[in-house]
Design a protein around this ligand. Structure first.
Ligand SMILES: Cc1ncc(COP(=O)(O)O)c(C=O)c1O
Length: 427
């Protein structure tokens, strides 16, 4: 009975699966009038039973003292902790098989808080390219203002490019982090996570400090890719995307070991980049259908991507499901990913004019940035999410003017295909 304070995670030797645990893990009805669902704790602050209790809660929250066995941190103030935040974080950690998760007010809040917690002036961040436009701006334009240098390597270029960039990064200072987005937004190019971990270990011997391997797993999510199982240290998410899944919240997360997340947690407390109780509550609702939505969007994406691949007005489709299993990238995909996901890009024959014409002609699929929602969306990375990336770099990264990125939702796939069919007729 989970009335007051016991989570059931195993029954008769059967370990319960994440999708089962999402219905109640970490929530005890006896603490909330028997409500079957966790209420929203819409409060900024919490009452202490005594001044001594308040003192103890602060000691634990600020790491001034270690908790006794069975003792847990008490509730203080919603920038530090809140039941919705804590229950959400417990459930997020389950999907990645992690010790701990931290929820943030956006994906960018998670990424920037994490990098600011890990890097110091004079440090270097080795990173893959392309990455989401906001992350690119943070790496290329913001971190250098704090004397943190960045060295990029192109996702999809394989081990030699990664190793060459690691060598270059080492000459520039202490490499504090290896930041990787795989599959990359918007090209779906892959980075070898095990190789990044191997490089981190080698850097440890040469510089006396092991850089943290931080992976943005927004595209495949914890259902289709588990970077911690490949030895990575911190997984970051824009929960706005597949985890939120309904295009109605903006949120983010960092997931990893307690030790790796401790400085990130401290930085979050000071910057105040945590998520709010209402958003946390909405995300808990989203987690209940996470697996179902992931499966359906992959099935749909495979159908739609196949239609587009065979269409005469489409030059090519960058979908992980179409990688040649005998190619280097195909083998990497097999080692690292569990399914091809629901977001991909395709290149129409022509340029920006043709791509815009197709986007403007769509009737069902909405012309909007973002991805991972129940509804399908289409956008133009070169003119939208990646417009900040210099044109030369964009071209080198294969973010062409004829590229359209689509996020396939959970509609009936025949309807999505009908929409693309009529839209492609206009060019
Ligand atoms: C791969 C990836 N990471 C991070 C972000 C940033 O997330 P947010 O918009 O929640 O700040 C995005 C947003 O599009 C993204 O696509």
């Amino acid at each position: 009975m989970t009335w007051l304070n016991r989570d059931v995670t195993e029954i008769g030797g059967q370990r319960l699966h994440p999708e089962t645990l999402m219905m109640g893990y970490g929530y005890f009805p006896g603490l909330s009038e028997g409500s079957v669902k966790c209420p929203i704790f819409q409060t900024s602050t919490f009452v202490f039973r005594s001044a001594a209790e308040g003192k103890r809660f602060f000691e634990l929250a600020y790491g001034l003292s270690e908790p006794a066995p069975q003792e847990s941190a008490g509730l203080i103030y919603s920038r530090l902790n809140n039941p919705n935040l804590e229950i959400l974080e417990g459930r997020l950690a389950i999907w990645d098989g992690a010790e701990r998760a931290l929820a943030f007010s956006s994906g960018m809040a998670a990424i920037s808080t994490c990098l600011f917690a890990v890097c110091r002036p004079g440090d270097v961040v080795l990173h893959s390219s392309p990455v989401y436009g906001g992350s690119d701006y943070l790496l290329e334009k913001v971190l250098p203002q704090f004397s943190i240098r960045t060295v990029g390597f192109q996702a999809g270029d394989g081990t030699p490019a990664l190793r060459a960039a690691a060598g270059e990064a080492r000459t520039q200072g202490r490499v504090a982090a290896i930041y990787v987005e795989t599959p990359a937004n918007p090209t779906n190019a892959l980075v070898d996570l095990a190789e990044c971990v191997a490089i981190a270990r080698e850097l440890e011997s040469s510089q006396g400090f092991r850089p943290l391997v931080i992976v943005d797993n927004t595209f495949l999510g914890p259902v289709w890719q588990r970077p911690l199982e490949h030895g990575c240290d911190i997984v970051v998410y824009s929960l706005t995307k597949y985890v939120g899944g309904h295009s109605d919240v903006v949120a983010g997360a960092c997931v990893g070991s307690r030790a790796a997340l401790e400085p990130v947690h401290l930085m979050r407390t000071i910057l105040g980049t945590m998520t709010d109780p209402h958003t946390a509550w909405l995300l808990m609702r989203s987690l209940e259908t996470l697996e179902l939505r992931f499966r359906k969007s992959v099935d749909n994406a495979m159908r739609v991507a196949s239609f587009l691949r065979d269409h005469p007005k489409v030059e090519r489709v960058a979908y992980l499901g179409f990688l040649d299993p005998d190619s280097e990238e195909g083998r990497l995909y097999a080692r690292q990913c569990l399914a091809p996901g629901g977001t991909f890009s395709f290149y129409v024959r022509g340029g920006e004019r043709e791509a815009f014409a197709v986007l403007d002609a769509l009737q069902l699929i909405k012309l909007a940035v973002s991805l991972g929602g129940t509804e399908s969306l289409a956008s133009h990375p070169a003119a939208m999410t990646h417009c900040d990336v210099e044109p030369d770099r964009r071209a080198a990264l294969d973010i062409g003017d004829n590229m359209i990125r689509v996020s396939i939702g959970i509609e009936n796939p025949d309807d999505l295909i009908a929409d693309f069919r009529q839209a492609l007729e206009v060019i």
